[in-house]
Design a protein around this ligand. Structure first.
Ligand SMILES: Cc1ncc(C[n+]2csc(CCOP(=O)(O)OP(=O)(O)O)c2C)c(N)n1
Length: 336
């Protein structure tokens, strides 16, 4: 099973049949598996351009069955061989008894071989290079929260790194603004998530740009005594737009550099705790302090400014045309 961004939690990340995220910033083996498949079962997804790339070459070998609760989604983007409209749970209950199980071992072994042909995302044991990468911060957040926090993201590079490096194992513990993804979603949505599940640790992962759009909601957290932890992945840019400017517009960084306020002081102005992290060696301590603090904590993670999310399928390209991380140092550190 390959997941869209909003499908995280449908199957635990460690499940052997969970391939990971598909699409523009998905894993190469997931996209290749989709392109080579002879049957695609699409459950409640909408074949958004961020997961298909160009429709001309999308999964052309596959017969397609699409199940969705919204009839207008069927045949909207991708023409399918069979569309079924209804509640996924009801439809699966009806069709599973009618299917026969077959031997898929060859196909699964093929996917496994593609997976192991790519370098493993093993960033955990890498020596501290003195650089603070967003991927390190998020991977450490996953480790030190034991993968058990509810993660709420904004929109941008940090969202994609969160999708790649925080492994989601339980349903409804990944809350991210997708589709018409809206910057500024993270903090207010996290306050709502904490209100609904006071027993869970809730972490916002936000960009420095998006956080500023709704940072006034820190006042709500302070006023209502709601504890969430905020990890600002502060790269000093509207990072996702800067990345596109770098890749496709000859580094013309128009309107993307950010002159940010002091996020630590902003937290403190609300009577909350603000922390700043500039080195990887400081990450664990800051996460532990945030976990142990009774009130909302904002951590300003000062990460590499011009880092990009890899791999990337350029908008409108074939899913096989992935841009990979150019630097060998970081490739072993963070690429798949
Ligand atoms: C309200 C809103 N405005 C604009 C966009 C378009 N957009 C998507 S990502 C992005 C940059 C986000 O920058 P930042 O919040 O700093 O996060 P980063 O990409 O650096 O992680 C922009 C402008 C959007 N999704 N929502």
């Amino acid at each position: 099973m390959a997941l869209t961004l909003l499908g995280f939690g449908a199957l635990p990340s460690y499940h052997p049949l969970n391939l990971g995220m598909m699409g523009m910033h998905g894993e190469a083996w997931v996209n290749t598996a989709i392109q080579e498949a002879d049957l695609l079962l699409a459950f409640g997804m909408r074949f958004d351009d961020r997961v298909t790339g160009t429709l001309k070459t999308y999964a052309t070998n596959a017969r397609k069955i699409h199940i969705d609760i919204d009839p207008s989604e069927i045949n909207k983007n991708v023409k399918v061989d069979l569309g079924l409209v209804g509640d996924l749970k009801d439809i699966l209950r009806q069709i599973i008894p009618l299917t026969e199980s077959g031997d898929r071992s060859e196909w699964l072994a093929h996917i496994r071989s593609m997976r192991s042909a790519s370098a493993v995302r093993d960033i955990q044991n890498l020596p501290d290079s003195g650089h603070l990468y967003a991927a390190h911060v998020i991977h450490d957040l996953w480790r030190f929260t034991r993968g058990d926090a509810s993660i709420v993201t904004d929109v941008g590079q940090h969202q994609m790194w969160a999708a790649q490096y925080y492994r989601i194992d339980k349903p409804h513990t990944w809350i991210s603004s997708g589709g018409l993804g809206t910057m500024g979603f993270g903090l207010p949505a996290a306050i709502g998530a904490k209100f609904a599940h006071p027993d869970r640790d809730v972490w916002v992962i936000a960009g420095d740009g998006g956080f500023q759009m709704t940072q006034a909601e820190l006042a709500t957290a302070a006023q209502e005594g709601i504890k969430v932890n905020v990890a600002i992945i502060n790269n000093g840019y509207l990072g996702m737009v800067r990345q596109w400017q770098e890749f496709f517009y000859q580094r013309r960084y128009a309107a993307t550099p950010l002159r940010n306020p002091d996020f630590v002081k902003i937290a403190e102005a609300h009577g909350l705790t603000g922390l700043r992290v500039t080195q990887r060696s400081e990450v664990e301590d800051a996460i532990r302090k945030a976990e142990d603090s009774p009130g909302t904590v904002v951590i300003d993670f000062r990460v590499e400014q011009e880092d990009s999310v890899f791999p990337m399928v350029p908008s409108g390209a074939d899913l096989h045309q992935m841009i990979r991380r150019p630097s060998p140092i970081v490739e072993t550190a963070m690429d798949e």
